[in-house]
Design a protein around this ligand. Structure first.
Ligand code: HGY
Ligand code: MN
Ligand code: MN
Length: 413
């Protein structure tokens, strides 16, 4: 079987590790995360990588340098998913990297730097109200206070890590700063339509949008659906509905800014009870951090005004914040050279989606390579790539790695 066919078969296999048969849902530190991690570990070891799982449940595969012990080039992505996900978001970057090392291993080839493949488990941030814990630890900026954040069942992140067999107290050992790594590169599906529209299989990322996440709570008063006149209600769901539309209006009015309310729960959740409490998520992104903060201030005051007018309380908790980040100019140049040497026009494009690369890019040279996906669909089971494009991704990544010169991540000129 050729490499591309094997990669597609493995992506299908990995798509079977799910909490919901018939859908792909694989959240951080769940049994399905453990099963997928063990399957990826097997593929890593078959490709000649020495593996371990770090204190934040990142599966690490190291392909030693020649001579041994040299700093590594980090190549990674994530194996957790959103709910009812596609099977390529994250997983492609990890499995294609393994294919690349398997090729080197098969040729008995070692490079003057090590390669460390990182399979992160917390990029989507669906289970806990934060994200990028693994990649932040690699960057040496993991905040231990994060361990106290709890999931919807009240399980704290720290307890979930220990139950998974990890020791989160040793995050200091995870950091790849201080010369331990030359840089980080991530292959990822584009999750947008630009490459398909341009008729190109791959593109080089220029920057990743900054993002902020909030948990918002609206408190009114629960009451009998049949006895409380409309004018005397403090209906938390009606207030939250007005707030959601106000957020949409703000985002529509701000160029390049996007805002999403993806989760909402109305309590106590009975058809004959006026909702007394509503919690909902808010995800705001922009290529411009100042614009994002300005929008956040505007939204915060509008929600306060709606709450006051309706005699309710509203509370916003900022649970995640990651600034926009530029890809390293030297990495962009090297990735562009690998794309051109593979016979394709070099198209550079920004990433609206967040990635582990944004956490690591803050402390070392970071580059990203995008692969075309059909109609730009992602975070959706219809997400798809072609076997041919999968093969192109492995070829370009292999060319990049074998041509990578640690001294050359300095920008051109
Ligand atoms: O939300 C994102 O941008 C990424 O898929 N976690
Ligand atoms: Mn992703
Ligand atoms: Mn995603």
């Amino acid at each position: 079987m050729n490499e591309a066919a094997q990669l597609m078969q493995r992506l299908d296999r990995l798509g079977e590790f799910t909490a919901e048969p018939g859908k792909l849902t694989r959240l951080f530190l769940t049994p399905e995360h453990r099963a997928a991690l063990e399957q990826v570990r097997t593929w890593m070891e078959q490709a000649g990588l020495a593996t371990h799982v770090d204190g934040l449940a990142t599966l690490v595969g190291r392909y030693e340098s020649d001579p041994p012990g040299a700093p590594a080039l980090l190549v990674g992505s994530h194996i957790d998913t959103v709910r009812d996900a596609g099977r390529y978001d994250g997983n492609l970057g990890v499995l294609a990297a393994i294919q690349t090392v398997a090729r080197l291993h098969g040729e008995g080839r070692r490079l003057p730097f090590a390669i460390e493949i990182l399979a992160f488990g917390d990029e989507e941030g669906v289970r806990f109200p934060t994200t990028l814990s693994g990649s932040r630890a690699v960057a040496g900026v993991f905040d231990p206070a994060t361990l106290d954040l709890a999931d919807a069942d009240g399980i704290r992140l720290g307890d979930a890590l220990r139950a998974f067999g990890c020791d989160p107290s040793r995050t200091g050992e995870i950091a790849r700063t201080g010369g331990r790594a030359h840089g980080y590169v991530e292959l990822h599906i584009e999750q947008g339509p630009v490459l398909q529209d341009a008729g190109l299989p791959v593109g080089v990322v220029t920057a990743i949008n900054g993002a902020t996440r909030f948990l918002i709570e609206v408190r009114g008063r629960a009451g009998h659906a049949g006895t409380v006149p409309m004018g005397l209600r403090r209906d938390a769901l009606c207030a939250a509905s007005e707030m959601v539309l106000a957020i949409e209006r703000q985002a529509r009015g701000t160029p390049d800014l996007v805002a999403t309310v993806g989760m909402l729960s109305a309590l106590p959740g009975a058809g004959n009870v006026i909702p007394g409490r509503v919690t909902f998520s808010l995800d705001i992104r922009s290529p411009d951090d100042r614009e994002r903060e300005t929008a956040i201030s505007a939204i915060t005051s509008v929600l306060g005004e709606i709450a006051r007018r309706r005699h309710l309380d509203v509370r916003l908790e900022r649970t995640y914040d990651e600034p926009a980040i530029e890809a390293h100019a030297g990495m962009r140049r090297l990735l562009g050279e690998a794309v051109a040497a593979s016979g394709y026009r070099v198209l550079e494009l920004p990433s609206g989606a967040g990635h582990d690369a944004m956490a690591i890019g803050a402390v070392m040279p970071m580059g990203m390579l995008f692969l075309r996906c059909r109609d730009g669909i992602s975070h959706n089971p219809l997400e798809s790539i072609t076997e041919e494009d999968a093969g192109i991704a492995v070829n370009v990544l292999t060319r990049f790695l074998t041509q990578f010169d640690p001294t050359s991540t300095r920008p051109a000129g």
